[in-house]
Design a protein around this ligand. Structure first.
Ligand code: ADP
Ligand code: ASP
Ligand code: MG
Length: 587
C-alpha cells in the first residue's frame, strides 16, 4: 500500500459537478489499495472574488484579516469535497490548515511553513477515510490563520507529501502537464514527459505559473515525486523528478516574466562593500531582487543594475536613491517597461553555442537585448515589454521546442508506486521552508574576457557569441550590463586554457565594432548552491557582506533560483571560499 497526495486547483473544483468528478478520482486511488490525502484550492476564482470584496471595503486591509478572509475559500471547498466522497458511499474527513497542524511563521499573506504534524492525518487515514486538506493555509504560533501566497495550494500538497513520506504527489489542473512554455501564450508549446526539479524551479520562478515555486523547493529538498496532470482528460502528464532521472536537454522550456523593472546606479566606487551597501538595504526593506548585473567598469567606477517586479519599483527606487547618495554615485536610472525571457535546460552546460543560438534568434526577430545573465542551467535576457511575446516565440523556435517529442507517457500507475528510502524524520519536521544551502564551491580554472564600448543595438550579443561558438569556445558565465550612452559591456568566462584563443576571437570582433577588449587570465568563481536562494530575501547580501568585510572586490555576479555565482580575483579564491563557507554554516 502506498500513500498518494492529490491536489485539485481552482478550475478543477469550480462547480459541484467538477467536485464530484474529482472526488471519484480520489476514490479510485483509494480503491487501488492506497491511502489518499486530497488538497483542495478555493472553487474557481473565489480567491479573486474575496480579494475584490476586501478592496471594496478598504484600500489597505490588514494582512491578518486578509488571511482570515482568504482562508474561507478553501474551507468551503474541502467541506463540499468531503460531502461529495461521502455521497458516493466512502469515508472522508475535511480539515483546515490549523486542524492539521500546519505551523507557519507570522508573515501574513506570504507565510512560510515551519512544521506540519502528521498524527491527526495518519489516524484518519488508518481509520480508512480519505483526508481532505485545505490548501494555501496554516496557523502561526499565536493561533492566527495565515496563507502561503497566491497559488500556495501546490506548496501545501507537496509539503504534506514530504512529511507523510508519500509515494506520489499528483497535481490536477487545467493543463495536461508542464509545457515548454505557457500554452495559453504560445499554442505551439509542447507538453514535456518529464522535467527535473531544478529546471521546474527555475521555470516556475522565472514566470511559468503552472506550479508555485516554493512547492518545487519542497519537492527537491525532500525528494517528492510530483506528477502534473489534467483534471479533465485522462492523459499522461509530466513527472517532476531529480536531475539524475531526467533527460538532460540544452533547453527544456522558456519562461516569461512580464512586469519587470530595472534600476541602475551609475559610477559607484568599484570597491569592496558597494554591492553590500545596496543589497543589504534593499533586503532590509523586504525587496527581493532578481537579476543583478555589475559591469567591470573603468577608472575605479562601475555601474550596478538590478531588476525587481514592477510593483516593487517605487520602494526599490527610494532605497537606491539613498544608497546612491551614500556612495556618491553620479546617477540613478530606471525603466519599468521591461520583460524577462529565460530559457532553462540542465543540458546547456554541456553544449557549446547555446547562448549564441538564443541571441541570434532574438537578433533575427529584430529584438534588442537590454541585459543578460546566465547560470549553469538558464539564460535570462531583459527585453522591452512590447517585444516579449515575439521574444518567447523566437527563443522557443530556436531550440526546436515546438517539435519537442513527448517521448511516451508519464503515467505513474498505482501499481508502479514504490516506496522511496525514508528521509530523516526530524529533518523533515523542523524549519521545513528554511533556506537550505547545500554547498559552496571554488572554480579557479577560468579566464574572464570583457568587451567595453560595444554599440548597443540588436544583434551585438548574437555576433559576439556566434563567433565565440564558431571558434569552439566553451563559455560559462555571460553577463551583459545595462548600456549607457549607447554603449554596452559584455563579459564572459572561458576555461583558462582557452584564454589566448578567446582573446584572438574577441579582438577580431572588437576591431570591426570600435570596442575594446580587456581580460583577466585567471579568475576565481565561487558558487553557492541550495534551495530557496531567490525566494528568501537577502541571500545575495549574505554573500556580499563577508567578502566586503575582508576587502575582496566582486568582478561579476549572476543569480538564479538554485545558485549564486560570483567572480573575484584569482588570489582571493581560497580566502573567499573560507569566509563564504563560514558565512553559510558549511564547515
Ligand atoms: P490551478 O488553479 O490548477 O492551480 P493555475 O492556473 O495555477 O492552475 O496553473 C495552470 C496554468 O498555468 C495553465 O492554464 C497555463 O496557462 C499556465 N502555465 C504557465 N506556464 C506554463 C507551462 N510552462 N506549462 C503549463 N502551463 C503553464
Ligand atoms: N486559492 C488560492 C489562490 O487562488 C491558492 C491556490 O489556488 O493555490 O491563490
Ligand atoms: Mg496554481
Amino acid at each position: 500500500m502506498a500513500l498518494v497526495v492529490q491536489k485539485f486547483g481552482g478550475t478543477s473544483v469550480a462547480d459541484p459537478q467538477k467536485i464530484l468528478a474529482a472526488a471519484k478520482k480520489a476514490i479510485a486511488r483509494q480503491q487501488g489499495g492506497h491511502q489518499v490525502v486530497v488538497v483542495v484550492s478555493a472553487m474557481g476564482h473565489q480567491t479573486d472574488v474575496l480579494v475584490d470584496l476586501a478592496k471594496q471595503i478598504s484600500d489597505r486591509p490588514s494582512a491578518r484579516e486578509m488571511d482570515m478572509l482568504l482562508s474561507t475559500g478553501e474551507q468551503v471547498s474541502v467541506a463540499l469535497f468531503a460531502m461529495a466522497i461521502q455521497s458516493l458511499g466512502h469515508k472522508a474527513v475535511s480539515l483546515t490548515g490549523a486542524q492539521i497542524g500546519i505551523r507557519t511563521d507570522s508573515t501574513h499573506t506570504k507565510a512560510r511553513i515551519k512544521s506540519i504534524s502528521t498524527d491527526h492525518v495518519k489516524k484518519i487515514l488508518d481509520g480508512g477515510a480519505i483526508v481532505i486538506a485545505a490548501g494555501f493555509q496554516g496557523i502561526d504560533q499565536d493561533g492566527n490563520i495565515t496563507t502561503l501566497g497566491r497559488g500556495g495550494s501546490d506548496t501545501t500538497a507537496v509539503a504534506l507529501a514530504a512529511v507523510l513520506d508519500a509515494d506520489l504527489c499528483e497535481i490536477y489542473t487545467d493543463v495536461d502537464g508542464v509545457y515548454t512554455t505557457d500554452p495559453r501564450m504560445l499554442p505551439e508549446a509542447r507538453r514535456l514527459a518529464s522535467i527535473s526539479y531544478d529546471e521546474m524551479l527555475e521555470l516556475a520562478s522565472l514566470g511559468a505559473g503552472v506550479m508555485h515555486p516554493r512547492s518545487i523547493e519542497f519537492a527537491k529538498k525532500f525528494g517528492v515525486k510530483v506528477l502534473v496532470r489534467s483534471s479533465f482528460k485522462d492523459v499522461p502528464g509530466t513527472v517532476i523528478l531529480a536531475a539524475e532521472e531526467s533527460t538532460p536537454r540544452p533547453a527544456s522550456g522558456v519562461a516569461l516574466a512580464k512586469d519587470e523593472a530595472r534600476i541602475t546606479l551609475e559610477n559607484i566606487p568599484d570597491q569592496p562593500g558597494s554591492s553590500h551597501a545596496l543589497f543589504s538595504q534593499l533586503a532590509a526593506s523586504g525587496i527581493a531582487v532578481d537579476m543583478i548585473v555589475q559591469n567591470v567598469g573603468q577608472g575605479g567606477r562601475a555601474d550596478i543594475s538590478f531588476t525587481v517586479p514592477a510593483d516593487d519599483l517605487t520602494g526599490a527606487l527610494d532605497v537606491s536613491n539613498q544608497v546612491a547618495r551614500q556612495l556618491a554615485a553620479t546617477g540613478v536610472s530606471h525603466d519599468a517597461e521591461l520583460a524577462k525571457v529565460s530559457v532553462v535546460g540542465v543540458g546547456m552546460e554541456r553544449e557549446e553555442g547555446v547562448a549564441g543560438r538564443m541571441f541570434t534568434a532574438l537578433s533575427a526577430a529584430g529584438i534588442n537585448v537590454r541585459m543578460i545573465t546566465t547560470s549553469e542551467i538558464k539564460i535570462s535576457v531583459l527585453v522591452d515589454k512590447k517585444d516579449a511575446q515575439a521574444a518567447v516565440q523566437a527563443v522557443h523556435r530556436a531550440f526546436g521546442l515546438e517539435a519537442e517529442t513527448t517521448d511516451g507517457g508519464a503515467d505513474v500507475a498505482g501499481s508502479q508506486l514504490v516506496k522511496s528510502s525514508p528521509l530523516d524524520v526530524v529533518r523533515r519536521l523542523e524549519g521545513m521552508e528554511d533556506l537550505a544551502i547545500e554547498d559552496c564551491q571554488l572554480d579557479s580554472s577560468q579566464a574572464l574576457v570583457t568587451f567595453t564600448d560595444l554599440p548597443d543595438k540588436p544583434g551585438v550579443a548574437a555576433d559576439v557569441f556566434e563567433e565565440v561558438g564558431r571558434a569552439g569556445l566553451f563559455v560559462d558565465m555571460i553577463v551583459q550590463s545595462h548600456p549607457r550612452n549607447g554603449l554596452a559591456e559584455i563579459s564572459f568566462t572561458v576555461p583558462a586554457g582557452d584564454r589566448d584563443k578567446a582573446i584572438d576571437v574577441a579582438q577580431k570582433i572588437a576591431a570591426t565594432r570600435g570596442a575594446t577588449v580587456a581580460d583577466v587570465p585567471h579568475v576565481a568563481k565561487l558558487s553557492i548552491t541550495g534551495v530557496g536562494i531567490r525566494s528568501h530575501a537577502g541571500v545575495a547580501d549574505r554573500l556580499f557582506k563577508p567578502l566586503a568585510d575582508c576587502g575582496i572586490n566582486i568582478d561579476l555576479v549572476s543569480t538564479s533560483e538554485v545558485r549564486l555565482n560570483v567572480v573575484v580575483a584569482a588570489e582571493h579564491g581560497e580566502k573567499s571560499l573560507k569566509v563564504l563557507r563560514e558565512a553559510f554554516g558549511l564547515s
